[in-house]
Design a binder for this molecule. Structure first.
Ligand SMILES: Nc1ncnc2c1ncn2[C@@H]1O[C@H](COP(=O)(O)OP(=O)(O)OP(=O)(O)O)[C@@H](O)[C@H]1O
Ligand SMILES: [Mg+2]
Length: 255
């Protein structure tokens, strides 16, 4: 196991009243090299879960371990990709310098800049190093954010709805990109999403969360062969079967 959540609970303080319990004893294991998607209704605690896994938010009880060590601060092995690419990129820095930002504190600005070229090429932005983020489309900006994550050469990517702010076609392109990157590098991914089709397209396993207080309702094995094509995968009987079951589950839980 690379990432282990063991009976993790989370309470937030409320003004005057007792603390609000948003997560109740969530246990989840992500194996090395595995792509795990976490699916759940809006407001159920997906971002909270990911932030605790990333060491960005303390747990109320339970433990989070990465590579066997308790996570109490952001671990060097993991990189967090935010939902809002426009807020995560630095607007005064070029695309190249945004990617270099991931490594310059370790290797210096010059080497970090040189090392930015490969991940930029990998996400199809080889010629855009001198552009500024605001000169790119939303999908391209999210590619920059992915390139920056890859530049750090993490063992694990933690992604919080990274494709929800782009249009449906761009999203399919980014799915293809992520499938390709995961096939090439032995990355472990924990992806949080409310998009059933995205979860099936990308993941090896899907953890389905309940509404608050959040628990894990079930963990489903996707069982679709790789390499996967994001368009062709959508027509497979197994895809349709999973989509039906997951939508049914997520919708009936809301009454
Ligand atoms: N800092 C905080 N203080 C108090 N309550 C919080 C805090 N952060 C989150 N919450 C509450 O915890 C619950 C889970 O929030 P979270 O953002 O994790 O949900 P989510 O599943 O990511 O939602 P979405 O699908 O909208 O992104 C929400 O009800 C939210 O109001
Ligand atoms: Mg969220």
């Amino acid at each position: 196991m690379l990432l282990e959540l063991d009976a993790v609970s989370k309470e937030f303080p409320t003004r005057g009243g007792p603390p609000a319990r948003v997560m109740d004893r969530v246990s989840l294991d992500v194996r090395a090299g595995e792509f795990m998607a976490v699916l759940g209704p809006s407001g159920c605690g997906k971002s909270t879960l990911l932030q605790m896994a990333a060491g960005l938010l303390p747990v109320t009880s339970g433990t989070v371990r990465l590579a066997g060590r308790p996570v109490t601060a952001p671990p060097p092995e993991a990189v967090y990709v935010f939902q809002q690419y426009s807020r995560s990129l630095l607007p005064w820095r070029t695309v190249r310098d945004n990617v270099a930002f991931a490594t310059e504190h370790r290797v210096g600005r010059k080497r970090a800049r040189a090392a930015a070229e490969e991940p930029l090429a990998q996400v199809g932005l080889g010629g855009f190093g001198d552009h500024f983020p605001w000169q790119l489309s939303g999908g391209m900006q999210q590619r920059v954010a992915i390139a920056r994550a890859l530049a750090a050469e993490p063992a694990m990517l933690l992604m919080d709805e990274p494709f929800s702010a782009v249009d449906a076609l761009t999203r399919l392109d980014l799915h293809a990109l992520v499938l390709e990157i995961c096939a090439r590098r032995s990355l472990t991914v924990l992806l949080v999403t409310h998009d059933v089709e995205e979860a099936i397209t990308l993941a090896d396993r899907i953890a389905v969360l309940t509404p608050r207080p959040t628990t894990v309702a079930e963990v489903i094995e996707v069982g679709i062969d790789r390499p996967r094509d994001p368009v062709a995968t959508r027509e497979l009987p197994r895809f349709l079967e999973l989509r039906h079951a997951l939508l049914d589950r997520l919708m009936t839980r809301h009454g």
